[in-house]
Design a protein around this ligand. Structure first.
Ligand SMILES: [Zn+2]
Length: 337
């Protein structure tokens, strides 16, 4: 675990330096022709290997005059990298920082982009307050998607058992490149390196298009404990570390984090949702947990748990899938806001 306050302090210093201009955009550098790959992430589980991982908010331009927003900077193997967002499509990519010229930007300067509008809307959607004037919120954020079809999301909360691969096999029947958003916790990834790489192989082979949603690193949860001091509302929780450590682990293991964050248990409060926004992420809720209340209308954000802890929910998913009950097509979560 690292000192996120120190990282934020460092990032401010670096942001100041980059306001003057961060590196030339290399027009003929072959490394700039495609998104970056960070070495040491091809198989199994890799511990965090990134240096100086820090939040930034910069507008960047490359030699082809493409514009992206950088939300993180990091170092690996002597090179510098950016985690960037396309402000129109919300897709993310890792890039070599030497391929881009960046300068600090602000929420105000970006307020008309789809990305900024989506982040603001998710932070303003306060979900459902819990009883007895509790400050805790249930299901804050983006809870319903745009347009026709369904958005399938699966949460990989920490679990002892293996990934329920039958869920993936069911999804694959929808055709190649079936989109699915998987909300991954750092502890699940740490203990399921084989399953994680199997999922990446499904994506690399063209069966699935996976969007990796951040589900916090530790995903604290005490069964039966009051919600206002449970999940990420557990006293002592460092929300910045929970978010940034999960991103670092994903990147070190060959994946690219998306701009979406899902609260464990869908439980948050106003301070937590603002913390998510300050890190330039979109809070992702759900229409409902499928097992409790199946929502089968256009735009439904469907939530199941393929982490081995929700067999009944996955049986229901499979049954509804076979009946053609989910509105089609299945759509990438980047289409939802
Ligand atoms: Zn969870």
């Amino acid at each position: 675990m690292f000192d996120s306050a120190a990282i934020l302090r460092r990032s401010c210093g670096i942001a100041l330096a980059c306001a003057i201009g961060c590196g030339p955009a290399a027009a003929h550098d072959p490394l700039c022709a495609a998104p970056a790959r960070i070495e040491g992430a091809a198989s199994g589980f890799v511990a965090m290997t990134l240096r100086d991982y820090r939040p930034v908010f910069q507008q960047c331009r490359n030699a082809q005059d493409v514009t992206r927003l950088a939300i993180r900077r990091m170092g690996a193997g002597g090179d510098g990298f950016l985690l960037t967002v396309d402000p129109a499509t919300l897709s993310t990519s890792l890039e070599h920082d030497r391929c881009w010229t960046c300068a600090d930007t602000s929420e105000e300067a970006q307020k008309d982009t789809r990305f900024a509008r989506a982040a603001l809307a998710s932070a303003q959607s306060q979900g459902r307050a819990l009883p007895q004037r509790s400050p805790a919120l249930r299901n804050a954020g983006l809870i319903h998607g745009a347009g026709a079809g369904s958005y399938v999301t699966g949460d990989l909360c920490p679990a002892r058992g293996p990934l329920d691969r039958s869920f993936v096999e069911t999804l694959k029947q929808a055709g190649p490149h079936t989109p699915v958003a998987l909300s991954i916790s750092g502890l699940w990834l740490k203990h399921h390196g084989g399953d994680f790489q199997w999922l990446r192989a499904q994506a690399a082979g063209g069966a699935l298009d996976i969007t990796w949603v951040n589900h916090s690193f530790h995903h604290p949860w005490i069964p039966g404990h009051p919600l206002e001091s449970n999940f990420l509302l557990t006293p002592g929780t460092d929300i910045n570390a929970e978010i940034l450590d999960t991103e670092r682990l994903l990147i070190a293991n060959g994946a690219t984090p998306s701009v979406f964050f899902r609260f464990p248990g869908l439980i948050s409060d106003a301070a937590l949702t603002q913390s998510v926004r300050r890190l330039h992420l979109i809070t992702l809720g759900a229409d409902s947990w499928l097992i409790f209340a199946p929502v089968l209308r256009d735009g439904a954000i469907v939530l199941v748990h393929p982490n081995g802890n929700e067999n009944a929910g996955l049986r229901l998913f499979s049954k509804l899938f076979d009946k053609g009950a989910f509105p089609r097509p299945f759509r990438p979560i980047t289409d939802a806001p």
